[in-house]
Structures are given as structure tokens and as C-alpha cells.
Design a protein around this ligand. Structure first.
Ligand code: CAA
Ligand code: NAI
Length: 728
């Protein structure tokens, strides 16, 4: 079949067999095309072929006067099929299918429910009218995948909704609701119907009856605009994106719409889209997208129901306990918080009140919810007996194994059968804590990050005897609290803090050998971290590391390098931000500091004492060492089964340690750099320090067999990794 349309010919091969994933059904004189590709109607090759074929059919179907495109199931269309991005692109390409929709001689209406995202919204923009049902959302989230809309979104949206709206939606990737979309002209109508087919049919009827003129977005004349607007947008977006390219390219693509014809704009959009699609940033962000969804998919909890979770207990109302309680309360759980005395309870309540008050100010909670929290949901007590009805208790007392054991003995005595007993310990042995109870199968680590009501990461630490439904409950709590839960095993520091300790040691060595903490911080900022390791140390408090070093000093291996230069700061009472001085100086409570000049003196003295010849590492060398330490320890963490897969490490570092998402996490980054290169670097560094730089067996094994961390994520060769784990 071939249909002449101007200078273009649209062909559907006679051998093409519809997969039936887009159905065509006449409702009187209106054709309804339903896209049916569960779960989110992604625009796979089969869908594009079917859609194109059905549009041809509609255009030549004399009994149809208008067509409605809808999605089956929960959403309209969530965009291109991201899984197909790795495969060679096969015709028909989405921009051509959308052009074909737009060029139809009869009106086509998109009836949107759930979401119309990315290519889904672009399909809708190719239609002549768009109707949304209540609760629908539309958006162009491509930047989150490191790309830009590649099927006309950057050219049609500004023509339809104006440059300002396009510059708001495309670089941010944030979806908007129906009223916003209607006000911007993206939706022609918001229906009271909840059913998209009914809403679409009613709108089609009115278009047919009233002879409403068809509107093609590509033919709309863009409004005149001051070019300065794009310059300002680029600067603002680049600052926010901190190294991520796609949001800035999104602005540039919208700018193109102001400078050229639609056809030329489409070509430029394609070029920009393809360049980004072939970039490491797109690979990294796709990896992050799928990893987010893989985190909770664990064989040990597949089909396992979590235990009931309504009332929780929190022991200790300090920094972490108050934050954890806040997070639980904000997400609808009842909380009983236990402290040692009334004074400590009062402090905890004040912290929670300040946190909740802040959330109300930001519009995250209503004033009514605030009242309900303090009148009904929060109970404060010094009596462990008040925990008898708690479904789950999280201990957040001092980081001291004896104190924790004492607390768990008390919990064992008062908690109901089946209650989950969790510890928020950062480093201590969860097995040893579980062992003091009569019910170690109910004990788990739930490691939150500070501030606990804000930070997204939750390490679910599975101890030797933890029952599967207790693990499932840990993940369920993460979901309720809107955290990103990652499974971790028991070791000193679990996944995140263990890797942190390793790259901090590498950073200290870099500094001791001639660089400054400020050099290291600068390199890591340029890499994309929100803060460098020394600014982070100042924020966390230098006293924590000082105490750890004092504990560790007597147990050092003979050839282990030990870095004490931060102690010289602590000895002067400089613990970082909280004392106004640390590696940086924070004038008048400023959150961003300036380098503390004493650091240079301290370092010079320490180097002299230890007879260290200063090396002049370049920025690249600093980065290579720092990342090699991170990747090497991360590989050990996977090798030992502390992290189930490399992707669990990647998400831990992204959500808990500020690793730039657009680099995909350390393991994804290592795959991009090349594992062989990293291993060779480690072997080179080992010539100077063979205690610290011991290559991970897994890394060696992967290099030897020519595999990557991505292969392990995909289950390729995971057997060998599992074997390594069993042998560990
Ligand atoms: N392609 C392929 N698979 C997709 C997909 C897509 N665009 N969107 C979601 N999925 C998959 C998920 O991976 C998940 O698979 P598993 O069950 O195997 O893990 C499944 O669909 C369900 O997804 P969620 O778990 O995320 O379900 P949800 O109900 O929480 O959220 C959603 C639904 C809001 C649509 C969310 O999935 C989402 O935001 N998807 C991505 C949307 C997007 O980025 N679209 C742009 C694509 S790029 C593009 O369109 C380029 C272009 O210009 C042509
Ligand atoms: P904190 O010192 O701020 O608070 C501890 C609180 O526990 C104090 O208010 C204390 O009065 C109370 N407490 C002590 N013994 C108690 C008992 N027997 N019964 C009831 N309350 C008791 O300590 P923080 O920082 O909140 O740390 C708590 C735990 O969380 C530690 O295990 C720590 O390692 C861990 N953690 C800390 C993080 C941080 O950034 N501060 C991050 C993640 C975990």
C-alpha cells in the first residue's frame, strides 16, 4: 500500500503483519486506536509499525471521520522503549510515525490518562487535539536519561506552548498536571470523565459536529523571542546540571526552534539526540534508571509478604533517631520514641517539631497533618514497655556495641512476637547484636543516612539469621518512607561506609604525598560530586574520624600507612563546620568555607617529620587514584557478596554519597574507563604501597575473562562471582 502525500510517500509493506498491539475499532464514525504494550505502552518497533499502519488505515477509511489514540492499562504512553535504545534503530522511526499522524487529512485526538511522557507526549503533540482526563500528567523526561526529546518534542512544544514553558519542561524533565497543561495550551480540554476512551470520543464528536479546524503544531508560527532568554537559560541550567549535558542541550534544541524552519529544526534535533544517545552520560543514566528498578528484585524475597507495618518504635532521639522518627511520621506511621530521660525526650521532640515545621513551610505537609502528628501519631516515653505494640523498632543509640546489646536485650524482653528489631548502626556487627536476643531471625540492620528525613538511601543490612519476611519488611519500610533501599551484607561499614573509608584513605595518601585537601575537593567537584571529601568531613565532624583513628592506632599492620594530619586540626578544637573551623574556615556560620591556611602548615610539618618527598600529581592523576580506590573496594564488596550486584554499589554511592548520577556510579564509571586500565593503575600504585593497593580478585577475574561489571549485573558470569562469594 502506498499513499502519495505531497513530496513524500508513506509505505506500509504488504508483507507487514500487525502484531495487534495497536487495535483499531470503529465507534460509529470515530476510529479508536488503542496502544497496548504493558506495562507502560512504550513505543517499541512493533508499536510504531502498528501505529503507522493504523494511521494509514484511518486515513483511507471513509467510514471514519476522526480518530482517537488512547493507551491501554494505567497510562497513555510512557515514551520510546528504552530497552531498544541499545539495538540498531529500525524503521519506521518515531519522528516519521508522528509526522504521519500530523499529516492525516482528518482530525486525530490524543486522549491522555495516567502519563504521556517523552515519545508519548510527542505522539500527542503530533495529534491535532489533546484531551486529558483528571489526574493525567504530561512531560518530556528525556534529560533524566541523558538525552533530549528526539521525536519533535523540542520543536513542537515551543510552537504550541511557548518558549518559556518549553524551557521549563524540557531541561527539568518534570511532568506537569492537567490544569497547568491546559493553561499552557498543551491540552485543549480537561475532561471530567475518568475514562480516556469516553473523553476522547466526546471530544471527537464535538470536533466533527462543530467542524473545529485541525491544528498542526509543526505549522504554528513561533512567537518572536529575545535571544538573551536562551543565554540566561543555558547559564542557569548548566549551573544546576553540574556537568550533565542533556539539560543544556535541551535548551539549545528549543533555541533552534526560534531560529529555523520546522523541517530544519527536526534535523538539528535529530543530530543533537543522536549525539547524546551515543554518549557515556546516556549509558550511565539508563543504567541508573534500570538499576533503580532492580534494587528490590531479590530472589530471597520474591513472593515473600512483608510483615505488618503501622506502628514503629525508635530508640534514641539524637541526630539519627529524631530524623528517622520525622521521616516515619511524615509518611503516615505512628512512632513511639524512647529516650533515657525527660530532658533528652524534650530535645528529641524539639528536633522533630523543627523538622516537621520545615516540611509544612515547604508545602510537603499540611498544617492539619502537623497537628495530627503531634496529637496522635507521636508518643514519647522513657519506658521500653511502651514498645509492646510496635511492629518494628529501630535502635539509634550511641555507636557502642555494649550499649546496643543492652538495648536489644530489653527489646527482646518487651516487644511482641513477630516484631522486627532493627539497628541503625554505621559499622557494628549486626550478627553480634542479633545474638543477644532469643530471636535473631527478627533482627536486621536499617542504616539510614543523615539527615534521615531528607537523605534517600537506606541500607537494608541482612544478618546471618535474618528471616526473608524481615528483609521484605525492611524494603517495605523503605517504600513507605520513600527511600531507596539497597540490600547490604554484614561487614565493617556495609557497602557505603566501607567504600568511603577506602577512598578517604586514598585521598589522605594523595594529600600526604604533596597535594592539598583543597586540590582533591576541587577535582571531585569538577567530576560532579556535590562536595569533595574534605568538605564532607568538615560537615560530618572531624571528631568522628579522630575517634576512629585513636581506636585503630594500636591494631595497625606493620606496613599500613596511617594519616594523622587531620588530628592536628582536632587537637586545636577544630571539628569542622560545627566549630567554625576544620579543613575550611566558616565565617559567621557560613555553610561554604574558605581554605584554612593552618592546613598548609600542618601538612608541611607532617611531611617533614615523615620524610616524604612531595609529588606533584596532576588533576587527572588525583582523579585516577581516588577512583581506583573506590572501584577496587567496591569490587571487593561485590566479590564478598556484601553487595549483591555492582548496580547495588552504584545506587548506594549515588543516593548516599553524592556520586553524580550522570556517571552511573563507580562500577558503571569503571566499565566506561576500562577495567584493565584501572587494574593496571592499581598494580602501579602497589609499587609504592602494597598494603593498601591490593587488587580485588573480582577485578582481576573480570579483566582476565574480558568481562565487565555490566555483565555481572546482567547475570552474565555471575556464577563465577557467586563462587568467589562462597569462598570468601
Ligand atoms: N521503555 C521501556 N521500559 C519502560 C519504560 C520505557 N520508556 N518506562 C518504564 N519501563 C518499564 C520499567 O523498566 C519497569 O520494568 P520492570 O517491571 O521490568 O522493572 C516497568 O516498565 C514499570 O515501570 P515502573 O516500575 O517505573 O512503573 P511506575 O508505575 O512506577 O512508573 C512511569 C511508570 C512513570 C511510566 C515510569 O516507568 C517512567 O517514568 N518511565 C520512563 C519514562 C521516560 O523516561 N520516557 C522517555 C523515554 S525516552 C523517549 O521517549 C525519547 C524520545 O524522544 C523518543
Ligand atoms: P546521637 O549521639 O546524636 O544520639 C544518640 C541518642 O541515643 C542520644 O540522644 C542518647 O540520649 C540516646 N541514647 C543513648 N543510650 C540510650 C538508651 N539506652 N536508651 C534510649 N536512648 C539512648 O547519635 P547519632 O548520631 O544519632 O547516632 C545514633 C546511631 O546512628 C549510631 O549507631 C550511629 O553510628 C548511627 N548513625 C549515625 C549517623 C550520623 O551521621 N550521625 C549516620 C548513620 C548512622
Amino acid at each position: 500500500m502506498g499513499i502519495e502525500r505531497g513530496d513524500r510517500e508513506f509505505c506500509v509493506s504488504s508483507s507487514f503483519k500487525s502484531s495487534g498491539q495497536v487495535s483499531y475499532e470503529l465507534h460509529d464514525d470515530v476510529a479508536v486506536m488503542t496502544v497496548n504494550n504493558a506495562p507502560v505502552n512504550a513505543l517499541s518497533l512493533a508499536i510504531r509499525q502498528d501505529l503507522q499502519a493504523n494511521i494509514e488505515r484511518f486515513d483511507s477509511d471513509a467510514s471514519a471521520k476522526a480518530a482517537v489514540i488512547v493507551g491501554a492499562g494505567k497510562v497513555f504512553i510512557a515514551g520510546a522503549d528504552i530497552r531498544e535504545f541499545k539495538l540498531p534503530a529500525i524503521e519506521p522511526h518515531l519522528p516519521d510515525v508522528i509526522d504521519r499522524i500530523e499529516e492525516c487529512t482528518k482530525p486525530v485526538i490524543a486522549a491522555i490518562h495516567g502519563v504521556a511522557l517523552g515519545g508519548g507526549l510527542e505522539v500527542a503533540l503530533g495529534c491535532h487535539f489533546r484531551v486529558g482526563v483528571k489526574g493525567a500528567k504530561v512531560g518530556l523526561p528525556e534529560v533524566h536519561l541523558g538525552i533530549i526529546p528526539g521525536a519533535g518534542g523540542t520543536q513542537r512544544l515551543p510552537r504550541l506552548a511557548g518558549y518559556e514553558k518549553a524551557l521549563e519542561m524540557i531541561p527539568s524533565g518534570a511532568p506537569i498536571g492537567t490544569s497547568d497543561a491546559k493553561a499552557a495550551g498543551i491540552l485543549d480540554h480537561v475532561s471530567e470523565e475518568s475514562d480516556a476512551v469516553a473523553a476522547g470520543l466526546a471530544f471527537a464528536r464535538s470536533v466533527i459536529d462543530e467542524g473545529t479546524p485541525m491544528r498542526r503544531c509543526s505549522q504554528l508560527v513561533p512567537a518572536a523571542v529575545d535571544a538573551k532568554m536562551f543565554e540566561a537559560a543555558k547559564l542557569a541550567v548548566a549551573k544546576r546540571a553540574r556537568g550533565q549535558m542533556s539539560p543544556v542541550v535541551g535548551v539549545e534544541a528549543v533555541e533552534v526552534a526560534s531560529q529555523t524552519s520546522f523541517a530544519e529544526g527536526m534535523e538539528k534535533e535529530r543530530e543533537m539526540f543522536m549525539a547524546l544517545k551515543n554518549s557515556a552520560q546516556h549509558r550511565a543514566l539508563s543504567h541508573a534508571f534500570f538499576s533503580d528498578r532492580a534494587l528490590g528484585k531479590l530472589p530471597e524475597i520474591e513472593g515473600v509478604a512483608p510483615r505488618q507495618l503501622k506502628a514503629i518504635g525508635v530508640i534514641g532521639g539524637g541526630t539519627m533517631g529524631a530524623g528517622i522518627a520525622t521521616s516515619a511520621l511524615m509518611n503516615g506511621l505512628s512512632v513511639t520514641l524512647i529516650e533515657r530521660d525527660e530532658e533528652a525526650l524534650g530535645r528529641a521532640k524539639a528536633t522533630i517539631a523543627a523538622n516537621i515545621g520545615g516540611a509544612v513551610k515547604k508545602g510537603k505537609l499540611s498544617a492539619d497533618q502537623e497537628v495530627r502528628i503531634f496529637e496522635e501519631a507521636l508518643k514519647l516515653s522513657t519506658d521500653y514497655g511502651s514498645l509492646s505494640n510496635a511492629d518494628l523498632v529501630i535502635e539509634a543509640v550511641f555507636e557502642d556495641i555494649e550499649v546496643k546489646k543492652q538495648v536489644f536485650k530489653q527489646l527482646d524482653a518487651v516487644c511482641k512476637a513477630g516484631a522486627v528489631l532493627a539497628t541503625n548502626t554505621s559499622y557494628l556487627d549486626v550478627d553480634a547484636i542479633a545474638a543477644v536476643t532469643e530471636r535473631p531471625e527478627d533482627v536486621i540492620g536499617l542504616h539510614f543516612f543523615s539527615p534521615a528525613h531528607i537523605m534517600k538511601l537506606l541500607e537494608v543490612v541482612v544478618a546471618e539469621k535474618t528471616a526473608p519476611d524481615v528483609i521484605a519488611t525492611g524494603f517495605q519500610l523503605g517504600k513507605i518512607m520513600r527511600k531507596v533501599a539497597v540490600r547490604a551484607g554484614v561487614c565493617d561499614g556495609f557497602i557505603g561506609n566501607r567504600i568511603l573509608a577506602s577512598y578517604r584513605t586514598a585521598a589522605d595518601a594523595i594529600v600526604m604525598d604533596g597535594s592539598t585537601p583543597f586540590d582533591v575537593d576541587e577535582v571531585m567537584l569538577e567530576f560532579g560530586f556535590a562536595m569533595g571529601p574534605y568538605a564532607v568531613a568538615d560537615l560530618a565532624g572531624l571528631d568522628i574520624g579522630w575517634a576512629t583513628r585513636k581506636r585503630k592506632a594500636p591494631t595497625l599492620a606493620p606496613n599500613e600507612r596511617f594519616f594523622t594530619f587531620p588530628d592536628r586540626l582536632c587537637e586545636q578544637g577544630w571539628f569542622g563546620q560545627k566549630t567554625g573551623k576544620g579543613f575550611y574556615i566558616y565565617e559567621n556560620g557560613a555553610r561554604k568555607g574558605v581554605p584554612n591556611p593552618t592546613v598548609f602548615e600542618v601538612l608541611a610539618e607532617e611531611r617533614k617529620q615523615k620524610k616524604i618527598t612531595e609529588q606533584n600529581l596532576s588533576k587527572e592523576q588525583i582523579l585516577e587514584r581516588y577512583m581506583a580506590a573506590m572501584v577496587n573496594e567496591a569490587a571487593k564488596v561485590v566479590e564478598e557478596g556484601i553487595a549483591l550486584r555492582p548496580l547495588d554499589v552504584d545506587m548506594t554511592l549515588i543516593y548516599g554519597y553524592g556520586f553524580p548520577r550522570w556517571r552511573g556510579g563507580p562500577m558503571q564509571y569503571a566499565d566506561e574507563v576500562g577495567l584493565e586500565k584501572i587494574l593496571n593503575n592499581i598494580r602501579e600504585y602497589a609499587r609504592e604501597d602494597d598494603y593498601f593497593w591490593q587488587p580485588a580478585k573480582l577485578l582481576e577475574e573480570l579483566v582476565e575473562s574480558g568481562r565487565t561489571f555490566a555483565d555481572l549485573n546482567a547475570g552474565k558470569g555471575s556464577q563465577s562471582a557467586t563462587k568467589t562469594r562462597e569462598n570468601a
